[in-house]
Write a protein that binds this ligand. Structure first.
Ligand code: AP5
Length: 211
């Protein structure tokens, strides 16, 4: 199974990707997670990426394309992959298509998770990530004092790009750079729009109907 998940920041791509990649036993390839990991390690790649990621800008295509080529090579012998956060603009999408064509690989579906802007801003304001196991949580009125990860006891931290001004910039970048992918994949007959509002499980069910 070869799946691409697209959608605005905070639409729930990462949340759904974890469930779906487990269900189909395929690697979850999140360019955002890969970049944050490199930044945390202080690698050369991380040093190049940090200013883009923390300010909500897209990391230059050359860096992303190199990451993805390595990941595709690695996952070639596996059952497929689930891309989360890639491609992010038309240049990346075209490069991805030609790499897959070259390898004789076809995508099965591109899932576009659709959530309205107010809900996105609310979700990202509440998001916390465990600094140890990287699990993602949402704090709300009932649990806003919970600062330790219920899975492993690590500290829960707010992503730097979940600052409200950076969120607004990420949404602008999404509109100008990423939204055009909807037409690109519609024209290829691959796109499925999924209503991303409601409970996480309901959204998973909606996605699974198409896979
Ligand atoms: P990336 O990490 O990909 O961020 P993003 O696309 O902005 O998406 P998010 O991770 O913010 O949100 P999500 O849709 O995964 O939502 P989540 O499931 O966490 O990229 C970060 C940065 O890296 C980019 O800005 C860029 O700089 C760089 N980058 C990455 N890829 C790149 C590329 N290809 N090219 C160039 N640069 C690149 O959910 C959000 C919150 O909502 C969570 O708290 C979750 O618990 C909660 N939630 C989820 N579902 C629900 C629900 N149904 N109801 C209520 N709450 C929910």
């Amino acid at each position: 199974m070869r799946i691409v998940l697209i959608g605005a920041p905070g639409a729930g791509k990462g949340t759904q990707a974890k469930v779906i990649s487990n269900k189909f036993n395929i690697p979850h390839i999140s360019t955002g997670d890969i970049l944050r990991n490199e930044i945390n390690k202080g690698s050369e790649l991380g040093k190049k990426a940090v200013k883009f990621v923390e300010s909500g800008k897209l990391v230059p295509d050359e860096i992303i394309i190199e990451i993805i080529k390595n990941m595709i090579r690695k996952s070639r012998s596996e059952n497929g992959f689930l891309m989360d956060g890639f491609p992010r603009n038309l240049k990346q999408a075209k490069m991805f298509s030609s790499t897959l064509d070259h390898l004789g690989i076809k995508l099965d579906k591109v899932i576009n998770i659709v959530v309205d802007k107010d809900e996105i801003i609310s979700r990202l304001g509440k998001r916390r990530t465990c600094n140890v196991c990287k699990s993602v949580f949402s704090i709300n009125n009932n649990n806003e004092n919970f600062i330790k990860c219920p899975e492993c006891g690590g500290d829960l931290i707010k992503r730097k790009d979940d600052d409200v001004e950076v969120i607004k910039h990420r949404l602008e970048v999404y509109e100008s750079e990423t939204r055009p992918l909807i037409n690109f994949y519609t024209d290829k007959g691959l796109l499925v729009n999924i209503d991303g509002s409601g409970e996480e499980k309901e959204i998973t069910e909606r996605i699974l109907k198409f896979l």
